[in-house]
Design a protein around this ligand. Sequence first.
Ligand SMILES: Cc1cc2nc3c(=O)[nH]c(=O)nc-3n(C[C@H](O)[C@H](O)[C@H](O)COP(=O)(O)OP(=O)(O)OC[C@H]3O[C@@H](n4cnc5c(N)ncnc54)[C@H](O)[C@@H]3O)c2cc1C
Ligand SMILES: NC(=O)c1ccc[n+]([C@@H]2O[C@H](COP(=O)([O-])OP(=O)(O)OC[C@H]3O[C@@H](n4cnc5c(N)ncnc54)[C@H](OP(=O)(O)O)[C@@H]3O)[C@@H](O)[C@H]2O)c1
Length: 247
Amino acid sequence: MSAWLEGRVIENRHWTPALFSLRLAGPPFAFEAGQFVKLALDLDGERVARPFSFVNAPGELPLEFYGVVVPGGPLSPRLACLQPGDSVWLSPKASGFLVLSEVPPAEDLWLLATGTGIAPFLSILRTATAWSRYARVILVHAVRRANELVYRDLIDALARRHGERLRTVAFVSREEAGGALAGRIPAAIADGRLEAAAGCLIAPERSQLMLCGNPDMVKDTTAALIARGLRKHRRRTPGQISVENFW
Ligand SMILES: Cc1cc2nc3c(=O)[nH]c(=O)nc-3n(C[C@H](O)[C@H](O)[C@H](O)COP(=O)(O)OP(=O)(O)OC[C@H]3O[C@@H](n4cnc5c(N)ncnc54)[C@H](O)[C@@H]3O)c2cc1C
Ligand SMILES: NC(=O)c1ccc[n+]([C@@H]2O[C@H](COP(=O)([O-])OP(=O)(O)OC[C@H]3O[C@@H](n4cnc5c(N)ncnc54)[C@H](OP(=O)(O)O)[C@@H]3O)[C@@H](O)[C@H]2O)c1
């Protein structure tokens, strides 16, 4: 791999004690919305690196990443403590296939995320491509607690800009929350609550779905969609379901 690049923290916003967004001054990156780079810190003489998805859109600065503190994790608790002026290493090349150039056109684009899995979708929603290729975009964010429904200002601004073309559905699984569905995404696909909340049907001839975050959500949601007649999208065998697991 070629040399690591240095980014400098401009801001470390804490949404909750566990959730943080890092804004970095760094070199402009060539990437497609939905891709990730590795962020790394030198810890006890070793460079510890993990993939993080861009929240900013291509061409936008500062670089922005959204993270959760995994208790006992080697890197995330240290990233959460960074202060303005601190350095972070970035791998020089962006990677990843959870990008619109890999997703066929359709009437509706569904973006289904748990937790920090919303990060790549925030970048995608900020691009012109999402709005030129799909009549509607449905952003679904599933979290444990209501205060984890982050980036409301950005999402509200997108809603003002795109009106009815952007639908948002929130899930809060571990407490009651007004305006959010209870439980999990796969069950709400199976019983029709997700489509009712979005005001939009899921069907192979009209929908493309991108799934990101918890691998169990990705697995169970894929199964719920397959039960509805959709299938995984592959270049050689086109379908409707594109996925990225965060672990
Ligand atoms: C393609 C890709 C993109 C990613 N993008 C992001 C991102 O934008 N933001 C982000 O916070 N993380 C992202 N991750 C996860 C990230 O790379 C790290 O795993 C995470 O920051 C924890 O790092 P760690 O070293 O503290 O613990 P690790 O040793 O990496 O993870 C320990 C355990 O923590 C849990 N875990 C890891 N990541 C998460 C997470 N994001 N949410 C909930 N539980 C988790 C899993 O159970 C995992 O086994 C991404 C991972 C992949 C593969
Ligand atoms: N989120 C925080 O602010 C916070 C705070 C402290 C520590 N942490 C740590 O961060 C890590 C993960 O936290 P997280 O809350 O971001 O991610 P998460 O555990 O993936 O939970 C996010 C959402 O995904 C749902 N989910 C889990 N499995 C699913 C499945 N099979 N199908 C569909 N949905 C599923 C969860 O529902 P359920 O609630 O039903 O599982 C929850 O609504 C853990 O290590 C945790 O200890 C997080």
